[in-house]
Design a binder for this molecule. Sequence first.
Ligand code: DQA
Length: 152
Amino acid sequence: MANLLVLHGPNLNLLGSREPEIYGHATLDAINTDLAARATAAGHALQSFQSNAEHALVDRVQAAHNDGTDFILINPAGLTHTSVALRDAMAAVAIPFIEVHLSNPHAREPFRHTSYFSDLAVGLVAGFGPIGYGLALAAAIQRLDANDSKAR
Ligand code: DQA
C-alpha cells in the first residue's frame, strides 16, 4: 500500500464557482472525494491538502518527508509561476510528483507559460479540467505498483 498526497495551491478552494469556463464546475471536495475513492479501490491511501498560503504548502511538503508519503500530485495554481520556495521544498524532500493543471497554461497568458515545477516532475497533466487529477492518479498508481512489483 502506498501513501499519496494531493496538494492544491491558492484559490483552488473556490473550484466550482471560480471562472467555471476555465476551471470547470467540479468543487474541490468532489475532486478530493473522487481521488480518495479511486486510491482506496486500488489499495492505496490518499490525503489532500489545500492552502492559499505559500508557507503552509511548504510546511506540508516538508512534513511529507517524514510521514510516509510515497507520491505527490500537486496543482501549485498561481504559485506554479512564482514560487521558488515551494519548488525548493519539492526538491528538498525528493518525493516523486506529477504536476496537474485544470487549464492548459501554455494556451493562456505568457506569464503562465513558465513553471517552477515541470522540470522536477515525473510528468505533467494539463488542460483536461477536473478529470486531469484522475489521469494523474492513474499514472501515479501504475508507477507505484510497478515499483512495488520490482521490489518483490
Ligand atoms: C492552474 C493554472 C494557473 O495558471 C492558475 O494560476 C491557477 C490554476 C490550473 O489548474 O489550470 O490557479 O494551476
